[in-house]
Design a protein around this ligand. Structure first.
Ligand SMILES: [Zn+2]
Length: 258
C-alpha cells in the first residue's frame, strides 16, 4: 500500500504559519510530501472584482480575520517572493515543489476567461528563475482542468498532474495523472470537509485510515492555511498510523503505475 500527501499553498498566512509546522512533522516521521504553490501570489483588487463567481463547496471554517481580509484587498502580497526561504527549505528537505497555477482565484472562478498559456508560462518562468530548475509537477486550483490545459502543461515541460479522478496513475496526453483519491464533497479536502461536517478528529482519523486500508494507492490533499496550522495533531496521528501499518509514503511525482 502506498500513500501520498499533497499540500496546497495559496496564502501568505498558510505558508508562514503552516509550512514550518508540517515540515517539522514530516521530518519527525521521515515522510516526503508534495507541496504545490500558486506562483502569482495574492490576487489584487482588480482581480477580486473581476472574479467574483460563487463557488460550490465554500469553506465552512473561517480562516482569516477581518483585518487580514482588508490587508489582502488593499495590500496584496507576493507570497512566493516573500517566503523564498521557506520554499527553499521545502526543496532542501527533499520534498516535491510543484505549481498550483498562477493566481488561485482567476483559475477557480474564471478559467474560461484567462489566457491559460500565458499564466502557465509566467508560473513556470518564475519558478525556474527562483529555484534554478524547471517545475515538473502541477495541480490545478479546484481540480479545474481541460484538454487545452493538459496540452499547454505538457508543452511547458510539466510531467505529473493530479487533476483527474481515479484509483491509479494514468497517462493523459503525455502527462501522468496521479489521482487524489480521498476527497470531501465537491472535491474539497477531506479533513477540512469532515471538520466542517462536525466530526471529531478521532472519527476523521478512523474514516481516513479505513479508506487507506481498502486501496492499493491512496492520497489526500490539505492546505497550509487550515490543516497545517490547525490539525497538526490529527496529521501526526495519521503519520503514526502509517508508520505502524508499514504503509509506504511517496511524493506525487514518484508514484508510478502500481
Ligand atoms: Zn488550491
Amino acid at each position: 500500500m502506498v500513500f501520498s500527501l499533497r499540500i496546497d499553498l495559496e496564502s501568505d498566512k498558510g505558508i508562514r504559519e503552516g509550512v514550518p509546522k508540517i515540515l517539522a512533522l514530516l521530518k519527525k516521521y521521515n515522510i516526503k510530501a508534495s507541496f504545490y504553490v500558486a506562483m502569482g501570489g495574492e490576487s489584487n483588487i482588480l482581480e477580486l472584482l473581476r472574479y467574483q463567481k460563487k463557488l460550490p463547496g465554500k469553506r465552512k471554517i473561517s480562516v482569516f480575520s477581518r483585518g487580514e481580509m482588508l490587508r489582502m484587498v488593499f495590500f496584496p502580497r507576493d507570497f512566493v517572493l516573500g517566503n523564498k526561504k521557506i520554499f527553499q527549505k521545502i526543496l532542501d528537505e527533499g520534498h516535491e515543489l510543484g505549481i498550483h497555477g498562477w493566481k488561485h482565484r482567476e483559475w477557480t472562478r474564471g478559467l474560461e476567461k484567462i489566457d491559460v498559456r500565458k499564466v502557465i508560462r509566467k508560473a513556470v518562468e518564475k519558478y525556474t528563475k527562483l529555484f534554478g530548475k524547471k517545475p515538473q509537477s502541477f495541480c490545478a486550483p479546484a481540480f479545474r482542468t481541460n484538454n487545452e490545459v493538459v496540452r499547454i502543461l505538457s508543452s511547458q515541460g510539466i510531467k505529473v498532474i493530479s487533476d483527474f479522478e481515479g484509483d491509479s496513475t494514468k497517462k493523459v496526453d503525455g502527462l501522468i495523472n496521479v489521482p487524489i483519491t480521498l476527497r470531501g464533497e465537491g472535491n474539497t479536502p477531506i479533513i477540512e470537509y469532515l471538520v466542517g461536517e462536525g466530526y471529531l478528529d478521532k472519527e476523521i482519523l478512523d474514516k481516513v485510515t479505513s479508506a487507506i486500508k481498502r486501496k492499493k494507492f491512496s492520497s489526500l490533499y490539505i492546505h497550509g492555511l487550515f490543516e497545517c496550522r490547525k490539525k497538526i495533531g490529527l496529521l501526526e496521528n495519521l503519520f503514526k498510523w502509517l508508520e505502524k501499518n508499514k504503509i509506504k509514503t511517496k511524493k506525487i511525482m514518484d508514484v508510478v503505475d502500481l
